[in-house]
Design a protein. Sequence first.
Length: 436
Amino acid sequence: MQSGPLKEQHIGIIGGSIAGLAVGASLLQLGAKVTILERSEHPLEGRGAGIVLPEPLIQQCIAANLFDKDISRLSVSHRSFITQSHQSIWDQPIAVMCLNWSDIYSQLRKRIPDSHYHQGKMVETLSQTEKVYHLQTQDGSSYSFDFLIGADGIHSGVRNAFFSETTYHYAGYIAWRGVIPLNEVKSNELFSEHIPYFVYPNGHLLLYIIPGQQTDAPLLNWVMYEICSQADLENKLIDTDGNKHEVSIPPGGLNKETQKHLHLFATTHLPSDIAQIICHTEKPFLQAVYDLKAPKVLQDQTCLIGDAALILRPHSASGVVKALMDSLSLVKAFETNDFEAWQQQQQLKAEQLFFISQNMGQGLVAQTPPWSEMTPTLMEEWWNNIMAGKTWHYTPSTLNQKLTVQYDQTIEEQKKVSPTNETKNETKKIAKTTLS
Ligand SMILES: Cc1cc2nc3c(=O)[nH]c(=O)nc-3n(C[C@H](O)[C@H](O)[C@H](O)COP(=O)(O)OP(=O)(O)OC[C@H]3O[C@@H](n4cnc5c(N)ncnc54)[C@H](O)[C@@H]3O)c2cc1C
């Protein structure tokens, strides 16, 4: 596919979250004519919670003027797997930066003038004549674009209109999530540069510290998994006002019965001091885990990026990583005018990320090993089976060997902020954590 020179085209972006904002901001910097249509009438701040990213990607976003140099982030150098009796069965080096979703959103958003970002614009109809795309929004406005970017998430209307129909599949389990002010958790040194995974049969809880939004105090972000039948999921997706949701319940929206279940689940499966963190979280929320991979991401003058193209299970911590990388690579395709090569690279990347995120879901939730019998050696074997020779952008050796190809800024910066730990293979007792 050949597209015309960048400055002569009017590019429409449907969806003004991470993927839409990142590609929009980059295209504006190149002098393109860009309009972003976002259905939400309000800023999206507060929609997500903690996000982890690899430092080389943050550096790439800084270099591309998508993030400020000093975007708040906290470095993590290892994670450990801990049983209900507080025994650490494996300590694994990882190279992770923890951020607040709202900071990422607001840094991208401030780079886009309001004249290019139209809020409260829910795209309802899409059609194509020759090389022009025609859109109508719920409020009756009409738009025409030469190039259309679908950054409209899991239910993507762009995907449904212009690509072969692809639907998402429920993975059979849910993620409970929440944030709690760190100063409400006593003895919180357990979380310093470290992500503990409290494991139980068919799931785990992981916790990490994120910066508070702007100048607020740091928060402890947590994610906990539970197997859940489709029928049970439908009940859990009814919010406190009786409204049915399709994929998630936002913070504060869990109905009383679901919240009671969450507390019981936490106290049954976690060490008691850790369960208290879940039970004291003011506005926990719920996200059903889905899989989706669009067979194509380019069709004529339209393409899909972010969750519209690929939904990854949260274990690989790649949703936002992918949204940013898709945006950066698409901008390069506009510059080189080689969209077919972009599509091919996207598909290869999607295959790999989809494979490892599903495998991680199998090993960490659907078919967990007998945790209490696991030794560090068995855990390493278990992990190697999950990865099956593939690479993960949070594995320090992977960063050193492979990601130099994908990320421009690399290892020296990474080493400065996130020194790699030696693997600690001993089993050890973990200090207890309490709420103040
Ligand atoms: C509840 C929840 C919590 C999450 N937490 C994390 C996390 O902690 N860490 C992590 O890495 N990932 C997390 N994710 C995943 C991560 O948010 C996504 O992978 C990432 O936001 C993808 O960005 P995106 O821009 O592609 O899609 P989205 O963020 O889904 O954005 C799509 C946008 O399109 C808009 N839109 C949709 N349809 C239309 C339309 N017809 N007209 C106009 N606008 C439209 C939507 O309003 C939305 O703003 C979470 C996802 C959910 C649902």
